[in-house]
Design a protein around this ligand. Structure first.
Ligand SMILES: CC(C)(COP(=O)(O)OP(=O)(O)OC[C@H]1O[C@@H](n2cnc3c(N)ncnc32)[C@H](O)[C@@H]1OP(=O)(O)O)[C@@H](O)C(=O)NCCC(=O)NCCS
Length: 193
């Protein structure tokens, strides 16, 4: 499925369901935080805090409004993905801006129907067309390799503690985008603008 950036994708066919992908609007915030809570509830640990994380992330300087998308089925919001800025501090002393995403959430009743993949693929295409360098995430390699993510270690990129971590994954948005970026990744901080 080829996605192009137009800030809205209507009538998308996701495994026989008609879906829309569009930018999140302030009127959606409560609904999207509720679906995030439903998606993460008791999933990785008892309860969850991802919905609160999302709540405060939107006011963070590193938050990217142009990459905050929801997926709708029959007018109901069933999924969301958000992006923040991060940076790689290279051995050469240069700081290079990259993207990170998460939380990415789909309502449990809609899991395994292609909604999560549609949100990830659509926003990768959108980020690429906007000229962003690369996306780095902490995620399950088994899930994210389908989108082209590979271990960040492949590029010599480690955590902010200068450690290699299996879930730290990277996707170049153009060939060679991460060449020479060797060193460590710093995720966006609320104080950054
Ligand atoms: C992860 C999530 C966003 C995926 O959305 P989705 O719409 O269910 O995903 P898709 O339908 O596009 O893809 C489903 C496939 O991914 C696999 N998958 C889903 N989550 C996975 C995970 N954590 N690890 C490995 N595989 C996973 C499914 O087994 C399925 O595999 P298949 O295509 O071989 O059948 C959704 O399951 C969710 O909201 N989970 C809870 C929140 C979460 O963990 N978010 C990700 C971390 S930020």
């Amino acid at each position: 499925m080829e996605y192009t950036k137009n800030n809205k994708y209507e009538n998308l066919l996701v495994r026989n369901m008609r879906a829309n992908i569009r930018l999140e609007e302030p009127a959606d915030y409560r609904k999207v935080e509720e679906l995030t809570r439903e998606a993460f509830w008791n999933h990785h640990l008892p309860g969850c805090n991802e919905h609160y994380l999302l709540h405060i992330m939107r006011d963070c300087g590193a938050f990217i409004r142009e990459l905050d998308f929801v997926a709708e089925i029959d007018g109901e919001i069933v999924g969301n993905i958000v992006y923040t800025k991060a940076k790689i501090l290279g051995d050469d002393g240069i700081s290079r801006e990259v993207l990170s995403f998460g939380p990415v959430s789909v309502l449990p009743a809609f899991w395994a129907k292609g909604i999560g993949s549609a949100l990830v693929e659509y926003t990768i295409a959108s980020a690429k067309e906007s000229g962003h360098r690369a996306i780095l995430i902490y995620g399950d390699p088994a899930y994210y390799k389908r989108f082209g993510f590979i271990p960040a270690e492949t590029f010599g990129i480690g955590t902010s503690d200068n450690m290699y971590a299996e879930p730290l994954l990277a996707l170049e948005l153009w060939d060679g985008a991460l060449s020479g970026c060797k060193n460590k990744l710093i995720f966006g901080k609320p104080s950054e603008s």
